[in-house]
Design a protein around this ligand. Structure first.
Ligand code: BG6
Length: 478
């Protein structure tokens, strides 16, 4: 047996992102973000990206759960669960409404002053992402998003403004959320949310994606360097979506494909953590004839601005088959995927694989030798509310228990250095992928429906008390 008590200072908490819960999309000078022009979808209908905000469309992020006005009540509930930290993002468009202004919007800065003060009132440490799927729409329209080198300067200015303003109230930062999602670049939602790349404005999405990601990585490295200068105590991490890549069979061709998919999916974190591109990606880009704008100075910056930790989201794993794609022909990684016959799926067809989390922690430890932070994990599910406003969600407890248990094994048996665990959507919020409210992750239920109706009242689910005990016992009582 081994101890399942986490080390002192382990950061138990929960995670959200500004655009998925704040609402108040046009309040106090906030500008329009990419998330503000995304309509509601569902499991079978993708969200549309409209050309600006169009009358008559349903934009679920506009109100979301109105955290902007409810945050004192919500942070109080998180404190009741015993949160040590709270991961959120700063909406770029609250600080720089268009992204390219000379001066920040004071009202936007004040909102986060108040939010972080509210967290500290309860001893909750904010963990802040700078770009979480919510870049200013104006930067998308005028500059083509991250395809333009100019956006590096706008981002660095945004980062510097936040670092200066919150240098005494925020210690943990992440530069870009799930920067590697766009490796599945045939999905416009992923290229748009990561980099502001719209298919209608792109002649070659793959080339644009590699260029945009390069600029983002340079911007991230510049921000890391700057942040450490502003406050040497800052811990600045990257954030990737991590899914262990499984070969579908023991056929060596499947295994080779699994290796290739991992290289194409995790070169982003190689640059963030190791300060250099992996060789395979460089060879691939040369083979494709993509002449990217990557300068000698950029390479120096990438080397100097490496991150302090790897933050990652973990939801599922990826299984690939060489029957679908020849390893030498791999380009969009989603084309190589097959269903894993060993795994059950959620109502939204996401495969459930707790052991995959232990695999993830082992793989990341071996590759990067640095602290890891599980900043998202969870199950999106339909919840039923009784007449007494009770929500019985044993499926959520089972899911989280199984994952935390694998995390504890990775720490105690395998030696992974894990800083903390913040399950996704600790309070119900708008799903990023589908725009639904009914895909719920929270310990706290919010009375809001997909059609926008609802009282916005908050109710504790059964998982609320369960997670409270997990934190109280520092992980011993699952
Ligand atoms: C991660 C994102 O990809 O997964 C979150 O960082 C997102 O923003 C979460 O909400 C869950 O995905 P979804 O589509 O169920 O909201």
């Amino acid at each position: 047996m081994f101890s399942t008590k986490m080390k002192d200072g382990f950061l138990w908490g929960g995670a959200v992102a500004a655009h998925q819960l704040e609402g108040a999309w046009n309040v106090d000078g906030k500008g329009i973000s990419v998330a503000d022009v995304m309509t509601a979808g569902n499991k079978d209908t993708p969200r549309k990206i409209t050309d600006g905000v169009v009358d008559g469309e349903n934009y679920p992020n506009h109100e979301a759960i109105d955290f902007y006005h409810h945050y004192p009540e919500d942070i109080k509930l998180m404190a009741e669960m015993g949160f040590k930290c709270f991961r959120t993002s700063i909406a770029w468009t609250r600080i720089f409404p268009n992204g390219d202004e000379a001066e920040p919007n004071e009202k936007g800065l004040e909102f986060y002053d108040k939010l972080f003060a509210e967290c500290h009132k309860y001893g909750i440490e904010p963990v802040v992402t700078l770009q979480h799927f919510e870049m200013p729409w104006h930067l998308v329209k005028k500059y083509g998003g991250w395809k333009s080198r100019k956006v590096i300067d706008f981002y660095v200015k945004f980062a510097e403004t936040c670092f200066q303003r919150y240098k005494d109230s925020v210690k943990y930062w992440m530069t870009f959320n799930e920067i590697n999602n766009q490796s599945a670049f045939s999905n416009e939602f992923l290229t748009a949310t990561d980099s502001g790349i719209l298919f209608r404005d792109s002649e070659n999405v793959e080339a644009d994606m590699y260029q945009a990601a390069h600029y983002e990585l340079v911007a991230s490295a510049l921000a890391v360097k700057l942040g450490h200068k502003i406050n040497p105590e800052f811990k600045i991490g990257c954030m990737i979506n991590y899914a262990q890549i499984y070969a579908n069979t023991a056929d060596p061709k499947d295994q080779l494909l699994a290796t290739k998919v991992a290289q194409r999916r995790y070169w982003f974190s190689d640059v963030h953590v190791l300060g250099a591109y992996n060789k395979e990606v460089d060879k691939y880009l040369a083979r494709k004839g993509y002449a990217l704008d990557r300068t000698a100075e950029d390479y120096e910056v990438l080397k100097e601005g490496t991150v302090d930790y790897v933050g990652f989201s973990y939801y599922n794993t990826i299984t690939v088959s060489a029957k679908k794609v020849d390893p030498d022909e791999l380009s969009d990684i989603s084309k190589a995927m097959v269903k894993n016959e060993y795994l059950e799926t959620t109502a939204w067809n996401w495969e459930v694989d707790p052991i995959g989390l232990r695999n993830a922690l082992n793989w990341l430890t071996d590759r990067y030798h640095c602290p890891l932070f599980i900043v998202e994990n969870g199950i999106g599910a339909h919840d039923d509310v009784t007449d007494d406003h009770e929500i019985h969600d044993p499926y959520r407890i089972d899911f989280l228990r199984a994952h935390i248990s694998e995390m504890e094994k990775a720490i105690e048996l395998d030696g992974a250095d894990v800083m903390g665990y913040t399950p996704w959507g600790c309070i119900d919020l708008v799903s990023a992928g589908t725009g639904e409210m009914s895909k719920r992750y929270g310990f706290i239920y919010v009375d809001k429906n997909d059609d926008g109706s609802g009282s916005l009242k908050r109710y504790k689910k059964d998982s609320f008390d369960w997670y409270k005990e997990v934190i109280e016992s520092n992980g011993e009582k699952l």
